[in-house]
Design a protein around this ligand. Structure first.
Ligand code: GLN
Length: 287
């Protein structure tokens, strides 16, 4: 028999040996998950004995993390915009950087009570659209993805967050086949240059869906592909907010401006990296 405190120490050491920088935090999260308790319980009850099934569960989880499977895939969840999202190997993990896209849209709105329509191209877990709907009580939206497995995850997130009456999800290739006009269009498309993917940390390179990362030779293929759809589907006066990778803001701004959209600005993330290109469609079309 081992105690919770002993298990925590041993797991921390094991993950550290595997080269995981956040070994201590990860060990606490994984132990809590194996014991089906919250993280503080692990600290406050170090003398708690682990049952045989709990030890087995912990061993399975530890081995997965040792192989660098992301914590989020093991726990099946990740927090974004202070909301809890289900994640799977079919969805890109919501990242804090992407909260910049949510902030960019909210910062441009006059009020939060309008019945806005929002389109999220390449929605994945649905995190951007659902975070926006959580802030905008009268808004509704459509999340599009080319992965049916991701759409199932997004739908389950909408239901779990009580937003499924305002958030719909549909299969699609960017905006192809979609009609109508949207007040806001958001996207976090794949933008990693293909040849750079192998150099990302193992958690990303080996476990996250390649189709959510790979942006072609220069990382910009998806922007070229979705630009005409954004220009066509954005209501005059509406706002588009697109996440971009490191050093891509200028090139993406140019791609989008070439479709007739107006560049409003570029918003940095918390690390100061230019992360979100913000665009509008002129309210009065030039003649
Ligand atoms: N931000 C992610 C990363 O750097 C990539 C997400 C994307 O391509 N949209 O790992």
């Amino acid at each position: 028999m081992i105690t919770s405190g002993e298990a925590l120490r041993a797991l921390t050491e094991r993950l550290r040996m595997a080269g995981i920088p956040s070994a201590r935090l990860d060990a606490r999260l994984l132990l809590a998950h194996a014991l089906e308790v919250d993280g503080t319980h692990v600290f406050s009850h170090p003398e708690r004995q682990l049952s045989e099934p709990e030890q087995q569960r912990l061993e399975q989880i530890a081995a997965r993390r040792e192989r660098r499977e992301p914590i989020s895939h093991i726990l099946g969840r990740r927090e974004f915009w202070s909301l809890s999202f289900a994640v799977t190997a079919d969805t890109l993990d919501p990242r804090p950087d992407t909260e910049t896209v949510v902030e960019a849209v909210l910062a441009r709105l006059d009020g939060r009570d309008a019945p806005l329509s929002i389109l999220d191209l390449g929605t994945g877990t649905g995190c951007i659209l659902l975070a926006l709907l959580s802030e905008l009580p009268h808004a509704s939206g459509l999340g599009v993805d080319i992965s049916r497995a991701a759409l199932r995850v997004a739908e389950s997130n909408a239901a779990a967050l009580g937003l499924d009456h305002r958030g719909r999800f549909a299969f699609g290739d960017w905006g192809r086949g979609i009609d109508g006009l949207f007040d806001a269009i958001v996207a976090n498309p794949p933008y990693i240059p293909n040849q750079d993917i192998g150099g990302l940390e193992t958690e990303v390179a080996a476990f996250e869906p390649r189709c959510a990362l790979a942006g072609g030779p220069d990382g910009l293929d998806c922007y070229r592909s979705l630009a005409p759809d954004v220009a066509r589907l954005l209501r005059p006066g509406g706002i588009a907010a697109l996440e971009v990778g490191h050093g891509q803001a200028e090139a993406v701004g140019l791609i989008m401006r070439n479709t007739g959209l107006t560049l409003l600005g570029v918003r940095p993330d918390l690390a100061g990296v230019e992360r979100c290109v913000v665009l509008s469609r002129p309210a009065v079309e030039a003649t």
